[in-house]
Design a protein around this ligand. Structure first.
Ligand SMILES: Nc1ncnc2c1ncn2[C@@H]1O[C@H](COP(=O)(O)OP(=O)(O)OP(=O)(O)O)[C@@H](O)[C@H]1O
Ligand SMILES: Nc1nc2c(ncn2[C@@H]2O[C@H](COP(=O)(O)O)[C@@H](O)[C@H]2O)c(=O)[nH]1
Length: 191
């Protein structure tokens, strides 16, 4: 089996972290933890959900790529990917679309990009609210240019990313199971 990085991307609330958690709990997949200066949400734990950084500590890491998203810094490291591959043949990382483009460029076929969508983006606020997001942070996020950008697949990912609709979680699990079966057989994946 060829080691692959599963890059899960899409707009806020489309279900990237939910998909990552599903893959990690059902398949030989290691979660890659990224770094951020965003404050933790209720229940988030340092070293589990993110490495939570300060504006002073963030630049001290070695990033494969880093972005500013809705006013906070986020970055992923080569060391994080290598750590994952020591434990399992697949890594799973959650990135915004700018990060996903960098991974597609840097890793080529080693990166399997999954671009999540929903049919009714106006319902995403309800998902975030149910997740327990702070109302102010949620409004800031939904007003950001990055949120609007990530609602549709960027040109640079077309032909490279698999678009996966996550309106219905039961259906999404079936599609993920199908994808993982094909990857574990080293089959070619159509974008
Ligand atoms: N198919 C679905 N139907 C309804 N709710 C869902 C579905 N998938 C995920 N959710 C819920 O939506 C909320 C947001 O999901 P999640 O945190 O995975 O999104 P995300 O894309 O990682 O968001 P962000 O980019 O803001 O971190 C969670 O409460 C999750 O349980
Ligand atoms: N390009 C990168 N994007 C990242 C990284 N870590 C997370 N993210 C993305 O940021 C937004 C906001 O995340 P949230 O946890 O505050 O909701 C989301 O799209 C994540 O996918 C990273 O290291 N690089």
């Amino acid at each position: 089996m060829t080691p692959k990085v599963l890059v899960i991307t899409g707009a806020t609330g489309t279900g990237k972290t939910t998909v990552q958690n599903y893959l990690v709990s059902h398949y030989p997949v290691t979660k890659v933890i990224t770094h951020t200066t965003r404050p933790p949400r209720q229940g988030e734990v340092d070293g589990v959900d993110y490495y939570f950084e300060t504006p002073a500590s963030f630049p001290q890491n070695h990033y494969l790529e880093s972005v500013v998203y809705a006013g906070y810094h986020y970055g992923s490291s080569k060391e994080g990917l290598a750590r994952g591959f020591k434990r399992a043949p697949f890594d799973a990382i959650v990135l915004d679309s700018a990060g996903a483009i960098t991974y597609a460029q840097e890793l080529g076929d080693q990166a399997v990009i999954i671009f999540l969508t929903v049919s009714q983006p106006d319902k995403l606020a309800h998902r975030l609210s149910k997740r327990g997001d702070d109302e102010h942070m949620m409004a800031q996020r939904l007003a950001s240019a990055e949120y609007r950008r990530d609602l549709t697949m960027p040109l640079a990912l077309q032909g490279k990313a698999i678009q996966l609709n996550n309106d219905d979680w039961q259906q999404t699990q079936i599609k993920l199971d199908d994808l993982m079966t094909r990857l574990q057989r080293d089959e070619a994946i159509d974008s």
